[in-house]
Design a protein around this ligand. Structure first.
Ligand SMILES: *[C@@H]1O[C@H](CO)[C@@H](O)[C@H](O)[C@H]1NC(C)=O
Ligand SMILES: *[C@@H]1O[C@H](CO)[C@@H](O)[C@H](O)[C@H]1NC(C)=O
Ligand SMILES: *[C@@H]1O[C@H](CO)[C@@H](O)[C@H](O)[C@H]1NC(C)=O
Ligand SMILES: *[C@@H]1O[C@H](CO)[C@@H](O)[C@H](O)[C@H]1NC(C)=O
Ligand SMILES: *[C@@H]1O[C@H](CO)[C@@H](O)[C@H](O)[C@H]1NC(C)=O
Ligand SMILES: *[C@@H]1O[C@H](CO)[C@@H](O)[C@H](O)[C@H]1NC(C)=O
Ligand SMILES: *[C@@H]1O[C@H](CO)[C@@H](O)[C@H](O)[C@H]1NC(C)=O
Ligand SMILES: *[C@@H]1O[C@H](CO)[C@@H](O)[C@H](O)[C@H]1NC(C)=O
Length: 836
């Protein structure tokens, strides 16, 4: 025992020593005679230590791989895998070394052929070496001339596209440089999803997402010289510099980061979605950092081809993304944990159709789902496996069903489908029902009696206890009277007065029953859907008195507890101002969390501002009025003493308009209502909106009231110009902010004004507004005015204006600014990306 105990320790020390020696010799390069061995956990580290090449185990599967990892504060991330098709099973005999002919080979004693190799011909066999470069590229090169690269890992990406990497095709070797997803979160072997370049017949390039290299389910649209048709936001933004190259040897897309210290990757996730993620400051994480999602396509897993596999049913906003129909079970036990539903669901009992003597199969009704995509239309009812029928006839499926979806919000109308099941399955569900029914009836009768008794006792007790006091029970939304509620609370023009009033008689936020919310919204019918916000869909509801309300149904995955949710909504409801949308009440029942707002008949600002025809309805007077209103609302949020709210997602679609075109800010306080952590934990929620996010928030996750001031500045310039910051292609300028600044600098500000509108009576006011807008979008948060300053500049023509500094829209500028909180703010370029 004693010796056994000592031995591992010695071995450990020995390993440490070996490793120390090894690292001294070969920090970023590997040359002949110096194999990289798995048992001693050898690694190669890039010069500045950002990337490491070494062996790793996939989960706890005893499958080993050679890969490159991004070293991030205890959370290394695998960005490249050499042998994803053939795993290593015995690390003690595995090593990476040079073969006689100068190629890199990955060997395992038990196998005769190399597990993986660079397989090149005509290499100068004695003078090759391998190196891991600072950008994460692992290269095979000539020792005497390091600039000659024979092979590079960037030409063979796995699921991750690093800055500097290429995505496209090599016309000479005909090798696609494509991303292929991992099988699941733990298995790097090639999954079913791929992102690759396809040349259209007319020669224009398109990137497509495919399932099993055969079914296209998303595409970027064609390249128009600047950007891809379906991704206008990729063109010129302040973070990523994309370039597309095509010559006789290769065609590819590459990108770089304007600021090399910003960490961002692009990957094809095992869920079949392409994601752009950034490693950002995150105070809620123990390490102080976490991955933020910047952009994702397709937005919903329901759009990923066969995400739930054969017979799997996709369910929105439930605990698990997929489910199996009755009579079916998940293909493997792990698929829920690994989120890998490629196996789908299997019949618990095999069909008997081929067996003549057997009992007949039957069809089980699966109610209320969206139909699978792979149907065949038949006129006759010769159903073999699965069918549905409606007035249009009968649809039949043979083989597996794909992309079924269970509606949860009435967004898509469900239909019934009939699935063929084994006769045994029917027996299971009906066997012995007779005696079971009796038992159930008996139990029910007993239970009902007991419950009734308890209820009576309890109500009596409660009545005694809470005499005179109203309990927080739920109300009927249908009977609610919006107008009396609003008047009772006051019109909010003077917040201090209102505070005092409320202090005496604290307004309790009404709690409504789920049933009454269903009644008001017609069971969340599609016809009543107003839109889809970042936190869930919004519906129009109608009360008995004919008044209208807006109902926001929050996504169920938000992780906040009921108590906190209730507290936060009550706090938010106390914010009352004429330029804020009023929160009238909420509904919490089971998994459902619903917010009830006043209804705004004139939709949102973006509905008018960016529509060539409708923008004419916003004359200059209205626009000025809207800008003033937004400024007032934001000032109130920022200055309100008891509860300072940073909005974090100010954009035109969050500015609603009432019947008199008064602007009202919506979605404020959502970070509090939903719970800050939930926003970050939900990887499918994009934090903020690109075109409106201040650089320090977008790149470092630092937000303050000055981030809202930045977004306000963008909004102001958009309202004046009638142009979208993200879709701005004019005059060769990068974006609206740069264009505005250049015009201002050249004393041409009037050029910015919406040309469809004709000149306003007072041009000086608009020039003044543009100046204020430019002050708000300055790069350094400390230079931006507060909303109090903004409001005084807007409302008083005599307040002198400062000269704005150039907004951050070009790369390579480098003053480092220190905030009071001692956070360095980075200083790169400008806004043009929007993730919607
Ligand atoms: C490589 O080096 C070995 C010994 O150093 C030598 O025997 C061999 O001839 C060399 N091969 C070539 C192609 O230069
Ligand atoms: C993918 O396609 C191949 C043929 O191209 C086929 O053999 C295989 O079964 C398909 N995989 C799945 C999961 O359908
Ligand atoms: C963007 O990338 C291209 C090609 O890599 C490069 O030539 C250009 O200088 C980059 N632009 C900036 C502003 O860094
Ligand atoms: C294409 O490849 C050939 C052969 O390697 C090379 O001579 C030529 O310069 C390449 N063309 C370009 C544009 O890189
Ligand atoms: C290492 O180099 C890469 C690429 O030049 C750069 O992105 C990264 O910030 C550097 N890391 C450190 C720690 O200097
Ligand atoms: C959903 O997940 C929560 C926590 O993980 C669990 O308590 C709850 O029972 C689950 N609900 C369902 C329907 O699986
Ligand atoms: C289908 O399901 C949705 C959501 O659960 C529900 O609102 C609707 O009433 C159902 N329709 C039918 C016909 O059962
Ligand atoms: C890049 O960002 C870092 C902070 O993330 C900042 O300190 C640095 O100044 C920036 N570099 C440039 C060139 O803007």
């Amino acid at each position: 025992m004693g010796i056994d105990g000592i031995r591992p320790f010695l071995l450990f020390v020995l390993l440490l020593l070996l490793r120390a020696c090894f690292s001294i010799n070969a920090d970023d390069t590997l040359s002949k005679g110096q194999p990289l061995s798995a048992i001693t956990k050898d690694i190669i580290s890039s010069k500045n230590g950002t990337f490491e090449l070494g062996f790793f185990e996939a989960g706890t599967t005893s499958k080993f791989y050679l890969g490159i990892s991004f070293k991030l504060l205890m959370r290394p991330r695998i960005v490249w895998v050499a042998n994803r098709e053939n795993h290593l099973s015995n690390p003690s005999t595995s090593r990476l070394e040079f073969s006689e002919d100068g190629n890199l080979v990955l060997l395992e004693a038990s196998s005769k052929k190399p597990i993986w190799s660079t397989s090149l011909q005509n290499l100068p066999s004695n003078s090759t070496e391998a190196a891991l470069l600072d950008d994460g590229n692992f290269v095979l090169r000539d020792r005497s001339d390091p600039s000659t690269l024979f092979w590079e890992s960037f030409d063979h990406p796995t699921d991750t596209w690093l800055p500097g990497g290429k995505l496209g095709i090599d016309k000479v070797g005909k090798v696609p440089k494509q991303l292929i997803s991992w099988k699941n979160s733990e298995d790097p072997s090639p999954g079913l999803f791929s992102l690759s370049l396809r040349m259209e017949p007319n020669g224009s390039p398109v990137y497509i997402l495919e399932w099993n290299r055969s079914q296209v389910y998303w595409s970027t649209g064609v390249w128009n010289g600047n950007n891809f048709a379906s991704i206008p936001e990729m063109r010129r933004n302040y973070i990523y510099n994309y370039s597309f190259y095509s010559n006789e040897n290769e065609t590819y897309l590459t990108y770089s980061l304007y600021n090399a210290s910003f960490i961002s990757i692009f990957l094809l996730s095992y869920t079949g979605q392409v994601k752009q993620q950034a490693w950002r400051h995150d105070p809620s994480d123990s390490s102080g950092f976490s991955w933020y999602l910047f952009w994702v396509q397709p937005k919903s897993l329901s759009e990923v081809y066969a995400f739930c596999g054969p017979f799997g049913i996709y369910q929105v906003n439930a605990n698990t993304s997929c489910d199996c129909p009755k009579g079916f079970e998940p293909f493997s036990d792990n698929q829920i944990r690994l989120e890998d539903w490629s196996g789908g669901c299997l019949r618990r009992q095999p069909l008997q159709c081929e067996n003549r003597n057997a009992k007949n199969d039957w069809f089980q009704k699966i109610p209320n789902i969206t139909l699978p995509i792979n149907w065949k239309a038949y006129s006759a009812m010769s159903a073999r496996r699965s069918y549905t029928h409606n007035s249009n006839g009968c649809l039949i499926w043979e083989g597996a069903l794909l992309n079924m979806q269970r509606p949860w919000d009435g967004g898509k109308v469900g239909q019934d489908i009939y699935l063929r099941l084994s006769a045994d399955e029917r027996q299971i569900s009906t066997k012995g029902t007779k005696w079971k029914v009796w038992v159930i009836v008996a139990v029910l009768v007993a239970a009902t009696g007991l419950i009734l008794c308890l209820y009576v006792c309890f109500s009596i007790k409660r009545k005694l206890k809470h005499k005179g006091q109203t309990a927080a029970s739920s109300n009927d939304l249908m009977l609610f009277d919006v107008s009396t509620e609003i008047h009772a609370i006051g019109d909010g023009t003077n917040s201090q007065d209102n505070d005092k009033k409320r202090g005496k008689k604290d307004v309790e936020l009404p709690l409504f029953s789920y049933g009454s919310v269903l009644a008001a919204t017609d069971s969340f019918s599609t016809a009543n859907k107003l839109g889809e916000g970042g936190f869930g869909p919004v519906y129009k509801g109608k009360l008995l008195k004919g008044q209208e309300i807006a109902v926001k149904r929050l996504s169920r995955r938000s992780g906040q507890g009921l108590e906190e949710f209730r507290n936060e909504t009550t706090l938010i409801a106390k914010l009352q101002h004429r330029n804020l949308v009023k929160l009238l009440g909420c509904c919490i029942e089971g998994d459902e969390k619903i917010l009830i707002y006043e209804y705004m008949p004139n939709k949102s600002l973006d509905f008018y501002l960016f529509d060539p025809a409708k923008k004419k309805m916003l004359d200059w007077g209205t626009r000025i009025h809207i800008i003033e209103g937004i400024a007032q609302g934001l000032l109130y949020l920022h200055q309100y003493s008891r509860l300072r709210i940073i909005h974090r997602d100010m954009k035109p679609s969050n500015i609603l308009l009432d019947s008199e075109m008064n602007p009202k800010i919506s979605d404020f306080g959502m970070a509090r209502i939903v719970g800050d952590n939930a926003i970050q934990a939900n990887t499918n929620r994009i934090v903020g909106t690109f075109g409106y996010m201040s650089p320090e928030y977008a790149m470092e996750g630092l937000y303050s009231i000055k981030s809202d001031v930045f977004s306000f500045g963008v909004l102001l310039l958009e309202i004046v110009s009638g142009k979208k910051n993200t879709g701005f292609y004019n005059h060769g300028s990068l974006n609206l902010l740069r264009y505005a600044w250049e015009l201002w600098r050249d004393d041409q500000s009037l050029e910015l004004m919406d040309s469809t509108m004709g000149y306003p009576t007072s041009t000086s006011t608009l020039v003044r507004y543009i100046n204020i807008g430019l002050l708000c979008v300055q790069e350094n948060p400390a230079d931006r005015p507060s909303m109090l300053d903004v409001v005084s500049m807007i409302s008083n023509e005599h307040v002198p204006l400062l000269t704005p500094k150039q907004p951050a829209f070009t790369a390579g500028r480098n003053p480092t600014i220190n905030l009071a909180e001692n956070c360095s703010i980075n200083t790169v370029t400008f806004s043009a990306m929007e993730a919607r």
